[in-house]
Design a protein. Structure first.
Ligand code: TEU
Ligand code: CA
Length: 599
């Protein structure tokens, strides 16, 4: 029992300790506190806060040599299309040499371009093309794990005393109650099965949070951290403007790698909270990121909203922003599709507003290469409402506080794919799950498994970009794209969209232009005006006397919506149905109608 008098001292001690622990270490730059004058609504202005990011999944963007696989020359040939849309930063999913067990997220050589994607000269030409058009490029940094074909791992598995052995996590198995050898602990891979692979070469297991061909790197080994920092400098010195960092919170493993306890249901949360996570991110910032005018966005699976400031508070010198998955994952429980209520969804943004302060910055996204299509998941991809609901969702992304992300094809309202059978899938996550759950444990029928994939599979977002109504949607001049083109490409394609002033593409371009010239939509305060309404999402963005009212009807039913608290709508700025119902307290909204007013 702690002697009583110690109590208060202990209390103040821990608080002060936590303050010391929590209090960000004033960096050199910090001594020159940014003059308040320069702050906008208390925020330090930055190009990456004002940017709109466009994510390219290179395998599916544009093929230039007819082999059915997208490539860097293909991207280069479409840069005018992106410049016209008005995006400022391109995030390129992995373009590095890889055996593609997980489509590039398994890297064999960090300084070499994937053969299918082209050459380093193609990369340099693409980068130059991006810069010439006043855009920036961030590349994907996948350093929680490598490919098992990376020379470090090839060396590491040679022998227990190989100099690269400690670049990865090797452990002896343990004898189970049935006397049989079993993995070192009960970690399960994200892609089904144990997270440990036995290697007869040295009779030990190696750790892989993802696929067997994606062994985890041991960041506790300072040589590994140095290797990573050198790789980052290699690309930054080439003129790249920053990194999207793959599962970056996972880099610090739990000491001793104990079993997950029954209470630890969410392995990701355990994997994301290792003891050295912040220390290593601060070292990365000190050694590399702080030395360039760059942008760093971390994919932060396992990090709760409450923890977000620990990674993005600019006084902690770790990352600029992270992807928190609360919103994009509202429609799933584990890997299963679930329905969701708008009030739940709205509450997430109110929480983000409450938790994140002036030294923090957020991302705003509802789609990427790991999630199903935006309009199919959060809108209504029926004939009647696909266009208005896609425009509504882009309006939401461009009027929330945080850096917005567009995933390739969202600007066209591309939809989920009508998958019918397992042979149409390519994604290792879908195929491994099928092997284990349908064929292995028979815990789910084939039809039910595919039905869930129709809603959830990552392959929904990986079908080739639909450029026009020619064969294979103009994605490839070859006969067989690596993944089938969505059969609705004749109706949904870029050529049609660019030519149609009322298209989702041109509407999104106008939204991006509005945001770029409206600081209130970037740095302004956020207030949800009707959190409990089941179908209406209405909020204010305010910066000084600049006030914008944004209202969305998240249903296909028309609604005569009376604004709360005697509020009247101001002057119409934009609306996805056109029209000009302004200076009124009641708004007659069509299905999936979205409007922006200047108050
Ligand atoms: O994704 C990590 C991650 O969160 C996903 O694995 C996700 O949990 C799952 O796919 C949901 O369906 C990153 C990359 O974005 C992903 O493409 C890679 O497969 C993964 O890491 C491993 O590198
Ligand atoms: Ca190609």
């Amino acid at each position: 029992m702690t002697p009583r008098f110690l109590g208060p001292f202990l209390f103040t001690a821990t608080l002060s300790l936590s303050v010391i622990f929590w209090a960000p270490r004033p960096s050199a730059a910090q001594s020159g506190q940014p003059s308040r004058a320069r702050l906008i609504n208390g925020y330090e202005p930055s190009w990456w806060k004002e940017a709109v990011v466009y994510q390219i999944y290179p395998r599916s963007f544009q093929d230039s040599n007819g082999d059915g696989i997208g490539d860097l020359k293909g991207i280069n040939s479409r840069l005018d299309y992106l410049q016209k849309l008005g995006v400022n930063v391109i995030w390129l999913s992995p373009h590095y040499d890889s055996p593609n067990a997980d489509n590039g997220y398994d890297i064999r050589d960090y300084r070499k371009v994937m053969t299918e994607f082209g050459t380093m000269a193609d990369f340099d030409e693409m980068l130059a093309g991006i810069k010439k058009r006043h855009m920036r490029l961030i590349v994907d940094l996948v350093v929680n794990h490598t490919s098992d074909e990376h020379r470090w791992f090839v060396e590491s598995r040679e022998s227990k005393d190989n100099p690269y052995r400690d670049y990865y996590f090797w452990r002896p198995g343990k004898v189970g109650p049935d006397g049989k050898m079993q993995p070192p602990n009960n970690y399960m891979s994200v892609f089904s099965g144990s997270a440990w692979q036995f290697d007869p070469a040295t009779n030990e297991y190696y750790l892989h949070y993802f696929a067997v061909k994606q062994p985890d790197l041991n960041w506790d080994n300072p040589r590994v951290r140095k290797e990573v920092f050198d790789i980052m400098r290699f690309w930054l010195d080439k003129g790249v403007d920053g990194f999207r960092m793959d599962v970056i919170p996972f880099i610090s493993k739990q000491p001793g790698l104990p079993d997950l306890t029954p209470e630890q249901k969410d392995a990701g949360a355990v994997w994301a909270n290792g003891p050295h996570r912040d220390e290593y991110l601060q070292e990365m910032n000190r050694e590399v990121l702080s030395k360039y005018d760059d942008m760093s966005v971390g994919e932060a699976a396992g990090i709760t909203l409450g923890q977000e400031p620990m990674l993005v508070d600019d006084r902690r010198h770790e990352l600029n922003e992270i992807f928190n998955f609360d919103a994009v994952r509202i429609n799933r429980a584990g890997k299963h599709y679930v329905s969701w209520a708008l009030s739940q969804f709205k509450a997430i943004y109110t929480e983000h507003d409450r938790v994140l302060g002036k030294h923090d910055w957020d991302t705003v996204f509802l789609s990427n290469h790991d999630n199903p299509r935006l309009v199919s998941s959060f809108g209504d991809d029926s004939e009647q409402f696909r266009v208005p609901s896609a425009k509504l969702l882009e309006t939401l992304l461009m009027t929330m506080r945080g850096t917005p992300y567009i995933y390739q094809g969202d600007e066209l309202g591309m939809t989920n794919y009508p998958f019918k059978s397992m042979d149409e899938f390519n994604d290792i996550e879908a195929l491994n799950g099928y092997r284990d759950e349908v064929q292995g444990q028979h815990t789910v029928t084939e039809e039910a498994y595919i039905e869930n994939l129709r809603h959830m599979s990552r392959d929904n977002s990986r079908t080739p970009m639909q450029w026009d109504d020619s064969p294979n949607a103009g994605f490839t001049s070859g006969s067989k794209p690596w993944l089938a083109v969505n059969p609705n490409y004749k109706a949904i394609n870029a050529a049609q969209a660019v030519a149609d002033p009322d298209s989702i593409y041109n509407y999104t371009a106008r939204l991006i232009a509005l945001r770029a010239k409206t600081p209130a939509l970037i740095y302004g305060d956020y207030k949800d005006l009707d959190p409990q309404h089941a179908h209406i999402f209405v909020y204010l963005r305010t910066l000084g006397n600049e006030k914008y009212l944004v209202v969305h009807n998240f249903s296909s039913e028309p609604i005569a919506y009376k604004l709360p608290a005697g509020l009247k709508a101001g002057k119409t700025v934009m609306g996805n149905y056109g029209g000009d119902e302004s200076a009124t307290a009641t708004l007659h909204l069509k299905g999936w109608e979205s409007r922006i007013y200047k108050q």
